[in-house]
Design a protein around this ligand. Structure first.
Ligand SMILES: *Cc1c(COP(=O)(O)O)cnc(C)c1O
Length: 361
């Protein structure tokens, strides 16, 4: 006998939602956290007092500025958004993905992306009842231009997501391939530049060139993941339509104040990102020197690698035993079978990781 709540769930919750697993976040308490592409450094000491003064002045009894006007102006400048493009702010770029798809979700509409890629494109497509088409990347994870163009012709996607660089593979797609996709796409193309601070490449300056391009950024990976602030840049006509789907007050007052302060002092965060890029090169070299490890080149703040001598699950568990949390991608299967992803941490964290990994191989 099924109990009454199970019967109600089966009748009411959509089957595709019941089939999902909730986005899993591993418990990192007490561990060196190299699983989620966070900046390891935190707010520079010399900025903390000024930041706390700003926070003290925030009136949390009042709703935040619904249009986040001051912050938006600061972001335009910091992100070098070309006129006449405007901005839409999200509670993380995750929320921007949701806003885009909510606005496009007609019955049968298609979301397309090369795979493997950031899982929220597919998950959010499922949430809103859209169909997701993944176009497999070849072994080197470069875009397969012919396969992408064929899939565009066949599926006429309402939107294509391109993670630039791609998560979890770390590589930067060829800009000429993306241009070809922009020219062929009947719908929107979102270039997701979550790792912009580490890639030093962008489609922002092409915004005026394509009427179907939107560029997405986030402050998360460059050091402000806890604030939850994503930015979508594009033609004012697109942004105005998408803004209708945004919930009022989606950017809370503490985030608005903190992000504005951080952007005013962004040289400090830029310096941290430069340090992470330098550490990425050292970590890459260290992994390349290890026998029995394949490591892919990265333009992001993480490295994808595959141990050849032991199963990825054992390496992942062994590292956790040693107090280090990374991401096991083996369960994703396909091109990611046997793969692990490590975020570039501080020099001490990276050394601890390499030492522990060396012992496990
Ligand atoms: C981490 C990540 C995001 C999500 O960023 P938030 O702004 O923290 O929601 C979006 N896209 C890609 C490719 C990411 O890796």
């Amino acid at each position: 006998m099924t109990n009454p709540i199970d019967k109600r769930l089966a009748a009411l919750i959509r089957p595709e939602i019941r089939a999902l697993k909730a986005y899993h976040v591993a418990d990192a308490r007490g561990l060196i956290k190299l699983d989620a592409m966070e900046n390891p450094y935190g707010w520079p000491e010399e900025l903390r007092a000024g930041w706390q003064d700003v926070l003290r002045a925030v009136e949390v009894n009042r709703y935040p500025d619904p249009g986040a006007v001051a912050l938006t102006a600061r972001l335009r400048d910091a992100l070098a958004v070309p006129a006449p493009a405007t901005l839409l702010l999200g509670n993380g770029s995750d929320e921007l993905i949701q806003i885009i798809l909510l606005a496009l979700a007609r019955p049968g509409a298609v979301v397309l992306a090369p795979t493997p890629t950031f899982v929220m494109y597919q998950m959010t497509a499922t949430f809103v009842g859209m169909k997701f088409i993944g176009v497999p990347l070849p072994q080197n994870f470069a875009l397969d231009r012919a396969a992408m163009l064929a899939a565009i012709t066949q599926h006429q996607p309402a939107v294509i997501f391109l993670s630039y660089p791609n998560n979890p593979t770390g590589n930067l797609f060829d800009a000429a391939d993306i241009d070809a996709i922009l020219n062929a796409a009947p719908g929107l193309v979102i270039v997701d530049e979550a790792y912009h601070a580490f890639a030093e490449a962008s489609f922002m300056d092409r915004l005026g060139k394509y009427d179907n391009l939107l560029v997405m950024r986030t402050l998360s990976k460059q050091g402000l993941a806890g604030l939850r602030l994503g930015v979508l840049a594009g033609d004012p006509k697109w942004i105005a339509e998408l803004d209708k789907v945004r919930l009022p007050y989606n950017i809370n007052a503490l985030t608005q104040a903190s992000a504005e302060f951080a952007l005013t002092h962004r040289a400090a965060f830029d310096q941290q990102c430069a340090q992470i890029r330098a550490e990425r090169a050292l970590l890459q070299q260290a992994l390349e020197r290890l026998p029995g490890v394949d490591v892919w080149p990265s333009r992001a703040n993480f490295l994808l690698f595959r141990p050849r001598t032991r199963p990825a699950g054992e390496i992942h568990a062994g590292l956790r035993q040693a107090g280090i949390l990374i991401k096991n991608l083996d369960p994703s299967g396909g091109a990611l079978a046997g793969c692990l992803r490590v975020t570039v941490g501080s020099p001490t964290e990276n050394r601890a990781f390499v030492t522990a990994l060396t012992g496990l191989l």
